[in-house]
Design a protein. Sequence first.
Length: 307
Amino acid sequence: MSASGGAKAIVAALLANTGIAITKFIAFLVSGSSAMLAESVHSVADAGNQLLLLLGGRKARRAADAEHPFGYGRERYVYAFVVAIILFSIGGVFSLYEGVSKLQDPHPLENAWLPIVVLLIAIGLESFSLRTAVRESNHVRGTQGWIQFIRRSKAPELPVVLLEDVAALLGLVFALLGVGLTVLTGDSLWDAVGTIMIGLLLVLVAIVLGIETKSLLVGEGASVDDVRAIRQALDAHDDVTAVVHMKTLYLGPDELLVGAKVTFSPGTDIEEVAAIINELEVAVRAAVPIARVIYIEPGLASVSTAV
């Protein structure tokens, strides 16, 4: 996986969530807290999601073949979309179900100090995971704000890990509030409320992830800045008289397809056109390095029209 895939952040989140899930399940078995159970399932789902992201990154590295001539780069989008579904179904829906069940059949907590200790430790571990994700994201997000980065990033792994870590931290806070208020008031209603809040949070995050990943699966073009840079690289050539039209498409997070129709100076013969096209491909790749698949079609200035 490339640096843009944030493999370090994924591994950090995987290790943190695996350890946290084990301790949460132990705390649930001892205390009977529904919020603790919801958080346990949440951590298991998150750990599974990180494994899926790593698997998607590995499959995306396969070389192009006859069946997939443009390669397997979009595998990363597919697995990120699966992550959103898992987060919604296993994490969110289960937490809502458990919270409603606890409202209908409340029961007191036992050894409440244990889930509180586990939650405090988990908050520390999740904070470390989030810190790693933030640091890795800072290497690639440039001047973009966090919302822009999550919405516009073509590599899905870092936004997924960021949203998961933020949701995990908020979920831990909700669980801590639920358990804490239950201990203070003696009313297990608060434990159920905390569980429902965790479920609603996970459903919301899953919806955001699903919407953003769906857009990548359908097919997104280059950013405004990259489109401008590619067009400038084409226009800068002395023998190019006009860029009739241009289209771009991400074949994967680190690979961009560029198709353009350009017109040349009158009298340019076929051999010169071929040489100019080669020069244009070099110029485009220099301007936007991820533009790896480039098709340039020559046109006649007298008859070409924009599309």
